[in-house]
Design a protein around this ligand. Structure first.
Ligand code: FE2
Ligand code: FE2
Length: 474
């Protein structure tokens, strides 16, 4: 169970290690200072109907209640230890899972944890202003839930840094509060986490696409031979599921509303659709293209000796590593990656160990395809002849084999000029952003009311009705 009587709620017996406890209690006010500067705008007095974990068991989410976000019980929760757990892949396969950091892997492991940790506060910063244009109290509550949980994910990584990496770890924990999303001097580490999230369509796309990258990274780290990392990632994954739910249903509800309006008024021209104050399907497709392509970059280079090294060292596994039926060493296996050869995209087989980023990206794409198919079903059910498509994997990429090339949506290799001519057919244009922004000029806070551009959800949070007071503004 989680001890909420402690200053820092935890299930790791923090009180037994006074030095660590003091170090974290010292970091806590710095975190709260960061939240007050970079957390959701104007929200510190709101009472928000939030869930708080009562235990790390799958049913440990029973606790819903009104909380002022600065008083949210951020803490340290690890899944219970399995004494029999082993390192399940790489050169140490079969050894008992490590309870302390192996000295030889200290710096790469620290890097992995810092890179994961950096994404958590970054997304809160990206979403900071969105509360002021929420489409309903239900949606406002959901974004706040996502925000406080990203804050807790930061706590999860900071605990590991403090507990296992000594002074270096404490310095990294400070830096996690010092970088800022989109800052030119001190940006967040990964590209997608420096992009703005200017409106709610972008927010839902982000939580569908980019939080799902989070899921896949956490799944790979949950396989780690470093057991404390594995145990914390397993608990983080239970929180991540809600973030992806918010994204998928958010986009789905926007599509639903657009389709309803198109049918009601028998219109299909995007400008007619916009005249009704909803978001045309073409613009939704362009947002999809943008968020998909920038998120694909997060998996890193298609061929990567770092990825091979992480794997062989037993630090980062594959998606569902222990469910895969092979030798978990991969010294003989190969894997296909894509390369641009002059004007063609060609397949090339490379050692599987070096292609682990690409493999994780492919696993991710599989899940994305399923989600997009569910959005498509909304359009099909409405009887509207419009097909959402996923861009070619090489489209609009800045990292890996496609970087520096100009790939069309359907995978042709173009010249820069030819690509530029289509840029705003394929990606949101400044006027698309301006239009979407124009719909979201103020917030909708009346009980049970939803903005014109989005359909209500099917049900409320924790079985509450849609007109429930999810936020008390005070
Ligand atoms: Fe997260
Ligand atoms: Fe998340």
């Amino acid at each position: 169970m989680i001890d909420y009587t402690e200053k820092i709620p935890n299930n790791v017996d923090l009180g037994r290690d006074r030095v660590l406890q003091r170090a974290l209690e010292h970091w806590q006010p710095a975190f709260l200072g960061w939240w007050s500067d970079m957390g959701p705008n104007e929200s510190s007095n709101y009472e928000v109907y939030l869930r708080t974990a009562t235990s790390v068991e799958p049913d440990g989410w029973a606790q819903f209640g009104y909380v002022r976000m600065p008083e949210y019980r951020w803490g340290i929760f690890l899944q219970p230890r399995d004494e029999t757990r082993q390192v399940n892949f790489g050169r140490h396969k079969g050894q008992a899972a490590w309870q302390e950091v192996p000295g030889e892997y200290r710096s790469i492991l620290r890097r992995v944890i810092v890179t994961q940790g950096d994404t958590e506060p970054a997304s809160v910063e990206q979403q900071k202003a969105l509360g002021l244009s929420c489409p309903s109290l239900y949606d406002l509550r959901n974004i706040f839930q996502v925000n406080v949980e990203e804050g807790r994910h930061l706590w999860a990584m900071v605990y590991l840094l403090h507990r296992y990496f000594g002074r270096d770890g404490r310095e990294e924990a400070e830096s996690l509060l010092a970088r800022r999303s989109g800052d030119t001097d001190n940006p967040r580490i990964l590209g997608a986490f420096n992009e703005p999230t200017p409106d709610w369509l972008a927010f839902y796309m982000f939580t569908f696409f980019t939080d799902r990258d989070g899921k896949f990274q956490l799944c790979a780290l949950a396989e780690s031979g470093f057991d404390p990392l594995s145990r914390t990632c397993r608990f983080m994954l239970t929180e991540e599921a809600h973030h992806m739910f918010v994204g998928e249903t958010g986009v789905s509800r926007i599509i639903q509303r657009t389709c309803d309006v198109m049918n009601e008024h028998k219109i299909d021209d995007p400008s007619d659709v916009r005249a009704m104050g909803v978001i045309d399907l073409q613009t939704i497709q362009r947002y999809l293209n943008f968020h998909y392509s920038v998120t694909l970059d997060l998996y890193g280079s298609d061929v990567s000796s770092n990825a091979a090294n992480y794997y062989t060292s037993g630090l980062k596994g594959r998606f569902r590593e222990t469910k895969l039926a092979d030798d978990h060493i991969l010294s003989e296996a190969d894997y296909p990656v894509w390369e641009v050869l002059e004007t063609k995209i060609v397949e090339k087989r490379v050692p599987a160990l070096t292609a682990l980023n690409e493999r994780l990206r492919d696993d991710y794409i599989g899940e994305i395809e399923d989600g997009v198919a569910r959005w498509q079903k909304v359009i099909d059910t409405a009887g509207i002849p419009f097909k959402l498509t996923l861009p070619h994997k090489g489209f609009h990429r800045e990292i890996g084999n496609f970087a520096g090339h100009h790939i069309s949506l359907t995978g042709e290799v173009l010249t820069q000029d030819a690509w530029k001519q289509h840029e705003f057919e394929w990606l949101p244009s400044p006027s698309d952003y301006k239009y979407v922004q124009s719909l979201m000029s103020g917030r909708v806070t009346e009980l049970g009311k939803f903005a014109n551009w989005i359909a209500p959800p099917i049900r409320g949070i924790n079985n509450q009705p849609l007109n429930f007071e999810y936020i008390r503004f005070n």
